[in-house]
Design a protein around this ligand. Structure first.
Ligand SMILES: [Zn+2]
Length: 444
């Protein structure tokens, strides 16, 4: 006897579509049954005509907890995730304090307990003190993050020597190192040349050249050290070019974000501060190149870079465009924006599952629990009804950011239920039941 039986849906995995009924027990997928096969269950969900997807895994989010909880916290951020069909959030280490020591990581895990609407995996940051790594590894974060530009000095790996030495600490291990591709020398040089504070000055401080060089440097360093890396959000044609030519050199994956697939620098005119983030938005030509790379299967993961600030912080006056707090929300809109790409025939539904569930789960050490609908996996599942459309609206957003750059967009299909480890946590756009999210750690 199953706890729950989902009848009549078409299962969507990265590999394709399959008609199955799904039996759930003890929080896991217990069986995939031929449609209509006799089975008993305490609860039966009729999903005839709907799709059943694995819950999404967002590989790049800033939940702002601890220390920056006026912007977001574990509860508000994972609430947004749940409503958006993201059942696992991989949280970046750039809060206050940054998650750089074993004690800080343990404290963050303890802080999250009992406050999560969905599961959360924590990422640790590499500081220049590499002796901190073993204790962090003991706590099995899903990944480590390495920054090459644009961060406080303690966390800056500005030279190839520094990047290579850090990656050597992970030689031959299956721990994933996330790398934001940038170049501190270009940031410094361009800032000295142009102090106008304009959008153009901001763009010149983080140009495609810096991204492409950051990608190339990360890949050759990873190849040399035999480390496993994940290149953070890329968005330029030159970056795509560097990635596609060099990616085979190392065990590497790459991500981009929905905002970079939909917006270009002309959109700063309408949404200015609300779209301000790093890297800067690029030209329409760059967006076309990024979309072509996505269609060609060259992009492994689409993640949100959910990075909320309060409305007051975004609206305040700043001397320079570069000074506006960088980042925008995305957790609640990940599924819908990806469905927009399906509507546009750029990707298919199985592609969506590959980019936003299977690949992030596999790369970030959750391959045996998350990212697919298969026997033995966590019963994290989304029921998606393709017969109804849904709209993205500012008024529905629960992140403390209080807005979405996708306000007013309509997509075909509506998320009707979200299950986390077999428990329904969202029905018809409303959170139901208690907070049952837990911290997930890297599988050994
Ligand atoms: Zn980020």
């Amino acid at each position: 006897m199953f706890e729950t039986l989902i009848r009549g849906a078409t299962i969507v995995n990265a590999e394709g579509f399959e008609r199955c009924d799904v039996g759930v027990s003890d929080g896991s997928i217990a069986a995939l049954l031929p449609p209509g096969e006799t089975a008993s269950a305490r609860a039966v969900v009729d999903a005839a005509g709907a799709y059943l997807l694995p819950g999404l895994v967002d590989a790049h989010a800033h939940l702002r907890d601890p220390g920056l909880t006026h912007k977001e916290d574990f509860s508000s951020g994972t609430h947004a995730a749940a409503l958006g069909g993201v059942t696992t959030v991989l949280d970046m280490p750039t809060d206050e304090p940054w998650t750089a020591t074993g004690e800080q990581l343990a404290n963050k895990m303890a802080t999250a307990a009992g406050r999560l609407h969905v599961d959360v995996g924590l990422q640790a940051v590499l500081s220049r003190d590499l002796s901190l790594i073993p204790r962090l590894l003991d706590l099995r974060p899903v990944s480590f993050e390495l920054f090459t530009a644009d961060v406080p000095d303690d966390f800056l790996f500005a030279t190839l020597d520094a990047v290579a030495e850090a990656l050597k600490a992970f030689a031959g291990s299956d721990t994933l190192i996330g790398i934001s591709p940038g170049d501190q020398s270009i940031l410094t040089g361009s800032t000295m040349r142009d102090r106008s504070g304009t959008i153009a000055a901001f763009q010149a401080s983080r140009p495609p050249l810096a991204e492409a060089n950051g990608i190339a440097r990360a890949l050759v360093a990873a190849a040399s050290a035999e480390a496993r890396i994940h290149v953070r959000q890329i968005n330029s044609e030159l970056g795509v070019e560097a990635w596609s030519r060099l990616r085979g050199m190392a065990d590497a994956s790459v991500e981009t974000t929905p905002q970079n697939l939909f917006f270009n620098a002309n959109d700063y005119g309408m949404q200015g501060a609300n779209l301000k983030a790093s890297p800067p938005l690029r030209s329409p030509h760059d967006v076309d190149a990024l979309r072509a790379a996505l269609r060609a299967g060259l992009i492994d993961i689409v993640a949100t870079d959910h990075a909320p600030h309060t409305p007051a912080e975004k609206a305040a006056p700043y001397a320079a465009f570069a000074d506006i707090p960088g980042g925008m929300p995305g957790l609640q809109t990940l599924l819908q924006t990806m469905l927009k790409l399906v509507d546009e025939n750029l990707i298919t539904l199985p592609d969506l599952v590959r980019l936003c569930a299977r690949n992030p789960a596999e790369r970030f050490g959750l391959a045996r629990r998350k990212g697919r609908i298969a026997t033995g996996y966590d019963a994290d599942m989304l029921i998606l009804d393709p017969r109804h459309s849904s709209m993205i609206a500012n008024a529905d957003q629960v992140s403390r950011a209080g807005y979405t750059p996708f306000d007013g967009w309509t997509v075909q299909a509506r998320l009707t239920s979200v299950f986390l480890r077999g428990r329904e946590i969202v029905r018809e756009g409303k959170r139901i039941g208690p907070k049952i999210g837990t911290i997930v750690t890297r599988e050994s």
